[in-house]
Design a protein around this ligand. Structure first.
Ligand code: NAP
Length: 287
């Protein structure tokens, strides 16, 4: 890579960051778009506030934010997008005159990924497995885009209840919740199951949050937000029942593309997105 003094610098803050796919995503995209950028992972081990202020002083044009800072970073922003505020998590910082404005591109990223994969949200029925940070963004995406029915399944039922109660007010969607076995009492037609726990993620690849085959017979589509491994146990169990399966690589792709669009004030075409996806898949399969 040849960086001149004109390069715009972007970055990722989190801990750890060394396995991030975002440098491949952003550098492939900037090559396609003809932009000179440098995208650097920054491992922030101690002081998040000083990291954000330092990035601004170093003229860094935009940042992604990952675990464990998506909530804490909100205290150090000059502004926050209303949607990110409602989700309570920020994964993208856009440079303004006085600091960074925070956005959440995970939620629109998943929406664009599902559209791209031919999984419509409007009037659809969903099992949402998990009630953590990402599940909150997923639930809001389903509510905002007119899902007909959502049943949240979570190991801790109280957290599923708290999530449903915090968000469902004012939406048409019927939202229910229960433990990981509660699907047995809930009949959803043509349901998509969105897997938003970290169960099955590398290196613990031999586990799924729900291992009961009855569940996989009940659903039409299995959508895992994990992308490493590329085929999770959740996906493999659904495949064994002949169901359509997807992993989270496209969500990662589109959350990054939407961040790139904010930073550079451009629109990325589906054709360019497909090329970036291929580069990310190649990188993932090397690991
Ligand atoms: P989180 O806030 O820590 O939530 C973890 C969730 O997993 C909770 O619902 C938790 O249940 C459940 N869980 C953990 N261990 C479990 C176990 N042994 N059995 C059953 N359930 C268990 O995590 P998060 O930030 O929401 O992230 C969740 C996943 O989303 C991660 O795997 C991450 O890879 C993925 N993700 C993907 C993308 C993408 O772009 N594709 C972006 C962000 C995140 P309890 O409430 O009972 O503890």
């Amino acid at each position: 890579m040849n960086i001149t003094g004109k390069a715009k610098v972007f970055g990722l803050i989190g801990h750890p960051v060394e396995h991030s796919m975002s440098p491949v995503l952003h550098h492939t995209l900037s090559d396609i778009m003809g932009h000179e950028i440098a995208y650097v992972p920054f491992d922030v081990k101690r002081d998040l506030e000083r990291a954000v202020k330092g990035a601004f002083e170093l003229n860094i044009q935009g940042m992604n934010v990952t675990v464990p800072y998506k909530q804490d970073v909100i205290s150090y922003l000059c502004d926050i997008d209303p949607l990110a505020k409602k989700i309570g998590a920020v994964n993208t910082l856009v440079r303004c005159d006085d600091g960074y404005k925070g956005y959440n591109t995970d939620m629109p990223g998943l929406k664009r990924a599902m559209e791209n994969d031919g999984v419509p949200v409007k009037d659809g029925s969903f099992y949402l497995i998990g009630a953590g940070g990402v599940a909150r963004a997923v639930l809001l995406m389903l509510l905002e885009n007119g899902a007909k029915r959502v049943h949240i399944l979570n190991r801790s039922t109280d957290k599923a209840g708290a999530l449903a109660d915090a968000l469902k007010e004012g939406y048409q969607t019927q939202v229910t919740y229960g433990d990981l076995h509660s699907y047995k009492a809930v009949a959803l037609e043509n349901a998509t199951a969105i897997q938003a726990t970290n169960v099955g993620m590398y290196p613990n690849v031999d586990a799924a949050a729900i291992e009961d085959m009855d569940f996989y017979h009940k659903i039409d589509v299995a959508y895992d937000l994990i992308f490493n491994p590329a085929v999770t146990k959740f996906m493999a169990l659904a495949k064994d029942c002949g169901k359509r399966t997807y992993n989270g690589l496209k969500m990662l792709l589109f959350q990054g593309i939407i961040a790139y669009e904010y930073w550079n004030k451009v629109s990325v075409t589906d054709d360019a997105a497909a090329k970036v996806y291929d580069a990310m898949l190649e990188e993932l399969l090397k690991r």
